[in-house]
Design a protein around this ligand. Sequence first.
Ligand code: SF4
Length: 351
Amino acid sequence: MQTSIIPVFIPHIGCPHRCVFCNQWQITGHQGLPTPDEVRRLIVAYTASARTRRHWEVAFYGGSFTAMPGAVQEQLLQPAYEALTAGTIDAIRCSTRPDCITPEILQRLQHYGLTCVELGVQSMDDAVLQQARRGHTAGDVVAATALLRQYGFTVGHQLMPGLPGEDWPSLVRTTAAICHLQPDLARIYPVAVLEGTDLADSWRSGCYQPLTIHEGVVRSAYMKQHFLEEGIKCIRTGLQATEDLDDDTQVLAGAYTPAMGELVDTRRYGQKLLPFLRSLPDEEMITICYNRRDTSRVRGYHNVTIKTAAWSLSQTLQWRQGDVPVGHIYVFQGRTRYDIDVNSKTGPTMI
Ligand code: SF4
């Protein structure tokens, strides 16, 4: 069944300060705290408009949900809980800071039926966290993840490649640390420089050099590939396009493009497929076969992988959809068939 999110934005509410990169008013397009009645109306508006049955999840995003006063959390959770017990929605989730997770907080969330907590981790490098003025350490992430697990929550980690002070070794260490912690899911948001943030001032003064889109793709693809290989679901790569984000007076620099997810998958699939094709003999034609849903991932964004293969490989290639599991690519040459499991560590196998 299709999962649909009912987003309840609490922009910057609960945040003890502003992190250098963050402007939730711009990212979410919302201001201020919604009232319980607004949450109630939002749930009705979403669920009543759907033609088919869906898995509805109310999500409190855009601030530090568990850092708000307990009474405010309860006021917002109450209408969601009522919808949950009435069967109108199926789940409740929130995002928050790693240093705002305690047994008391988790007991409250459980009482209101919330089952998934996403932590704004950003990096597992304390020097990077300090420069981003996050106000927490990698140790807080470890402790919060352990406590969430102990209480049986689904755990999400949100990561931001490209923060000030992050170099390639730092990214590799963060990726390894997250793989070790094994959250259930991850989101990867390469840094975009947003108007109205301290990062924008650093960029203007030349103190911060943001990632290019290409660098954002390279770092995000590295993270995503390792997460998937370790069984961590990657549910988003790149900020969701909004009117504000597509306004270049608001996104000043950095790795923002609405196509980030497609570019990252183009790179991941291409890195598995192209070196393997290069290793095959060139006497016989090669057929590359993939699931319909993987079409743009295999062929590449704007067919870039097909074009790269055409100018860089000597073999004759044919590309077609077929009866192939999602995430796999079958390569046929003569009577031999190979299976590339893109999200796995193992190399191509003969089948
Ligand atoms: S990143 Fe999270 S904690 Fe930091 S200002 Fe934004 S919403 Fe608040």
